[in-house]
Design a protein around this ligand. Structure first.
Ligand code: C5P
Length: 238
């Protein structure tokens, strides 16, 4: 079990999609013996701003800042630079690949002075389904669109991609060992049929087998009645 818990710690990023400092403090405190990487997304950042980083740093954990920047290149570059300069515990920042080559390149260039911080690009949100592609005016299949965005992001210099665990195998074959692939949309075996907004899910073991570098897991942990038992069950099945 120790090896499995070590693998869990190496590979898992817990998404702290909560609204209050009390909740953020609670989860970082109880999870930090098992987890050393936490994701701060737009929900928590909108509620608390960078002040929330402190409660993660207290446990020497690293921060995946998932604000999915999508703006003109100069604004995205400046936003990434200010994070890189002021927050050494942030090790990953997301941008939307659909923001385009120049925007991704601006983000990459802005953080080049930090060897321990990478820009990763979100391909297609894991909540999107094929039926929505037409509504977005995109004639490609969801898979082809995600692949196109992946090509663009890697060409622009992104260190990796945030993608569906169902797409990661194809991306790993396409881009080889080097890129970081981060997969949300992870549902433990027993939660697979759960009804939420994630449509393209995989279990943790399936995602790792397919080539994920990091698994992002949110609700299955922070909505669990016993988050530690859930973590241990996930580790057991790795
Ligand atoms: O609660 P759940 O495990 O579904 O959390 C998934 C997390 O991953 C959320 O914080 C969401 O913002 C993020 N995410 C995603 N799909 C992407 C990129 C990020 O679900 N393509």
């Amino acid at each position: 079990m120790d090896k499995k818990l070590a693998l869990l710690k190496e590979k898992t990023i817990v998404a702290l999609d909560v609204d209050t400092l009390e909740e953020a403090e609670h989860f970082t405190r109880i999870l930090s013996p098992y987890i050393n990487k936490f994701k701060v997304g737009s929900r928590l950042f909108s509620a608390l701003g960078p002040a929330v980083f402190k409660c993660i740093e207290k446990y020497d954990a690293k921060i995946f800042l998932d604000l999915k920047y999508h703006d003109i290149p100069s604004v995205v570059g400046s936003s990434c630079k200010v994070i890189a300069e002021n927050h050494p515990s942030v090790f990953l920042i997301t941008v939307h690949a659909s923001g385009g080559l120049a925007m991704i390149a601006a983000a990459v260039e802005a953080v080049e002075f930090r060897d321990d911080l990478d820009i990763v690009a979100v391909t297609a949100l894991t909540s999107l389904s094929s039926s929505e592609m037409g509504l977005l005016g995109i004639s490609l299949t969801l898979e082809d669109w995600a692949e196109k965005l992946g090509d663009l992001a890697i060409d622009a210099g992104a260190a990796g991609l945030v993608c569906s665990p169902r797409e990661v195998e194809a991306f790993r074959l396409r881009f080889g060992k080097a890129p970081i692939f981060i997969t949300p949309g992870i549902r433990p075996e027993n939660k697979r049929q759960g009804r939420d907004d994630q449509t393209r899910t995989r279990t943790p073991a399936e995602a790792l087998d397919a080539g994920s570098t990091y698994l992002v897991i949110g609700r299955p942990i922070y909505q669990s009645e016993d988050p530690i038992a859930t973590l241990k069950a996930i580790a057991e099945n790795l």
